[in-house]
Design a binder for this molecule. Structure first.
Ligand SMILES: Nc1ncnc2c1ncn2[C@@H]1O[C@H](COP(=O)(O)OP(=O)(O)OP(=O)(O)O)[C@@H](O)[C@H]1O
Length: 347
């Protein structure tokens, strides 16, 4: 089911939590709502669900205006960060719950419920846990059960609010891929809230970046990463070096030998992999030196400092494949020359 939001605004007292949000989500997308804490992600999700009323604007599901419709008429499934499984019910009964409380006319028989619950348990690959209680499950297992429970009533839209937020890093990573694959299989229009840009990039087909209650940018993960449309998005998604091409910094850039081809603005944001690093033999030609480096798996992150600046604000980060780093044979303190291969320009 497609989702359309038109001019959604919401205030809490004098505080504007959402400010004129317009958004179109086609059927079958897996969308991440990404942004810093307090930017309005959860509020927007709750308005789509009908758990919260917007002050202004309309919500359309599959073209129907549902702004005044209660939650139960919207055919939406939820999964929240803090597993809302019923503690006194087994896994099986938790998943069956939504089917058993349907109005009598729509309620399936117990045999059908049994088949359906086992099919869902197989889908989330946890059929063997059907008679356990929530307390006897790991955090990751509970989230998968919570998802199976949300899917039981065949929602047209699935809303996930930081579904993996409370889990440790390795479980989160597994569940991200699992969610992506599950979505491929089911194709239910889904929105998940996260403040973790890596999670959004890895899971979503579209990312909506929110900041201070406004949409900063919407696009595929690669559009958001490679063509950030604002200073905020560029800084929020991935690491970036910020160079001011006007004023003191310009002087510094020139005197340091950092080459910027054709400036197209006053501020250059440069991803670490877009900085070329070369060793220099004549130290007088360079005022940048290698302070330290870290292994990031297949690549090395170089921490470069300028002469006379040891503060973190003046650190430049570059990244290159391990092999290239070995070939450069750099040591701590070595002087280097930098070339900026590609920048995102802002004014
Ligand atoms: N019921 C409420 N009453 C007053 N203020 C609220 C209420 N709900 C949310 N807010 C405020 O609105 C803003 C947006 O909240 P929201 O929960 O949507 O943010 P979020 O982006 O989901 O944040 P987080 O990532 O921290 O969960 C916050 O500043 C929050 O304090």
């Amino acid at each position: 089911m497609s989702i359309t939001l038109q001019h959604i605004s919401k205030q809490f007292g004098a505080f504007k939590a959402l400010d004129d949000i317009n958004l179109d989500i086609p059927e079958g997308e897996l969308v991440a709502l990404l942004g810093p804490s307090g930017c309005g992600k959860t509020t927007l999700l709750r308005i789509i669900a009908g758990l919260e009323q917007a002050d202004q604007g309309d919500v359309f599901l599959k073209g129907d205006n549902v702004t005044d419709q209660p939650v139960k008429n919207r055919r939406i499934g939820f999964v929240f960060q803090h597993y809302a499984l019923f503690r006194h019910m087994t896994v099986f009964d938790n998943i069956a719950f939504g089917l058993r409380v349907k109005p009598r006319k729509e309620r399936p028989g117990e045999a059908q419920i049994k088949d359906k619950v086992h099919a869902l348990l197989q889908l989330v690959q946890l059929d063997w846990l059907h008679d356990r209680f929530p307390d006897q499950l790991s955090g990751g297992q509970r989230q998968r059960i919570a998802l199976a429970r949300a899917l039981a009533v065949e929602p047209s839209v699935l809303l996930l609010d930081e579904p993996f937020g409370a889990l440790d890093a390795s479980v989160r990573k597994d569940l991200r891929l699992w969610l992506r694959h599950l979505h491929h299989e089911l194709n239910v229009t889904s929105i998940f809230v996260t403040h973790d840009q890596e999670e959004a990039m890895e899971v979503a087909s579209q990312i909506v970046v929110l900041n201070h209650g406004k949409i900063e940018q919407k696009g595929t993960p690669s559009e958001i990463y490679d063509q950030p449309q604002s200073d905020f998005v560029s800084r929020f998604i991935g690491q970036t070096n910020v160079f001011h091409i006007e004023g003191d910094e310009q002087h510094w850039l020139k005197s340091t030998g950092i080459i910027v081809d054709e400036p197209k603005g006053t501020v250059a944001h440069v991803r670490p992999h877009n900085i070329d690093v070369e060793k220099v033999t004549d130290a007088t030609n360079s005022r940048v030196f290698l302070k330290d480096w870290q292994h990031l798996g297949g690549t090395i992150r170089l921490e470069l400092n300028r002469d006379g600046h040891n503060g973190s604000g003046s650190t430049i980060y570059a990244e290159m494949p391990n092999e290239q780093f070995r070939e450069l044979a750099l040591h701590k303190g070595d002087r280097v020359a930098l070339r900026i291969k590609h920048a995102h320009w802002f004014n």
